[in-house]
Design a protein around this ligand. Structure first.
Ligand SMILES: [Zn+2]
Length: 232
């Protein structure tokens, strides 16, 4: 089946990936984020203007899939196949996290025929990858400080969608005020996991970074929606 090879670069770091023509832009984004060692915890988009995203005539963003303000010509990333977007030598800008604005140049380097495969492949990575979050005390990696934890990697896709609808400020506020009944104080949450309850609430569970006891929080839909509506 038709496959594409991509060269991804950010400064001196680069990676080569292989995906099939039937993989989606969302899967390409996931693979880039995995190759660079980031957490997939922010919104992102692909743009054909490599310098400035606004005047792009082609754009594919997660915002469109989330039903947020997106340009009319933006088909989103979840249902857009690589075959609909790429051809050899075509570059796109991959912008990850609209706050920190990580920019990756994505170039389709070749089109080949291979046996079909399910999981996108990371062929090679070169150079030192950028660091998404720098913690003040790197030695305590086991329990990252609470300030960094509103970046949560272990969400089910449905929960992550809803989580990303909230502003980063709201997410941080929720995380930093999680109550530990053992400490009788809030120290944030570590090893956090999130899933979506059938009611639409996010169930957040993890451990208190201080005492290691279980902490949990239900983020109610009403609260989520209200906060999302306030975001610009
Ligand atoms: Zn505690």
């Amino acid at each position: 089946m038709k496959t594409f090879t991509f060269h991804i670069s950010h400064g001196p770091w680069s990676a080569d990936l292989q995906l099939t023509a039937n993989h989606t832009l969302y899967e390409l984004a996931e693979t880039i984020i995995k190759a660079v060692g980031f957490d997939l915890d922010h919104c992102f988009g692909f743009y054909n203007n490599l310098e400035r995203v606004t005047p792009s005539s082609e754009e594919y963003t997660l915002f469109a899939d989330l039903g947020e303000e997106a340009n009319a010509h933006d088909p989103g990333v979840e249902n857009t196949l690589l075959d609909q977007v790429f051809e050899p030598r075509k570059p796109l800008l991959f912008l990850f996290d609209y706050g920190d604005a990580w920019r990756f140049l994505v170039t389709c380097t070749s089109e080949e025929n291979h046996r079909a495969f399910k999981r996108p492949k990371i062929l090679t990575t070169t150079g030192t990858p950028p660091v998404q979050y720098s913690y003040p005390n790197e030695e305590e990696e086991e329990t990252p400080p609470s300030g960094a934890i509103y970046a949560i990697p272990h969400f089910t896709p449905a929960a992550m969608k809803r989580w990303l609808r909230m502003t980063e400020k709201s997410r941080e506020a929720i995380i930093t005020t999680i109550w530990c009944s053992t400490c009788n104080d809030s120290h944030g949450i570590s090893k956090a996991k999130g899933k979506l309850h059938p009611s639409g609430d996010i169930m957040l569970e993890g451990l208190c970074p201080k005492c290691g006891g279980p902490v949990a929080r239900v983020i109610e839909t009403g609260e989520t929606q209200g906060r999302a509506d306030e975001s610009p």
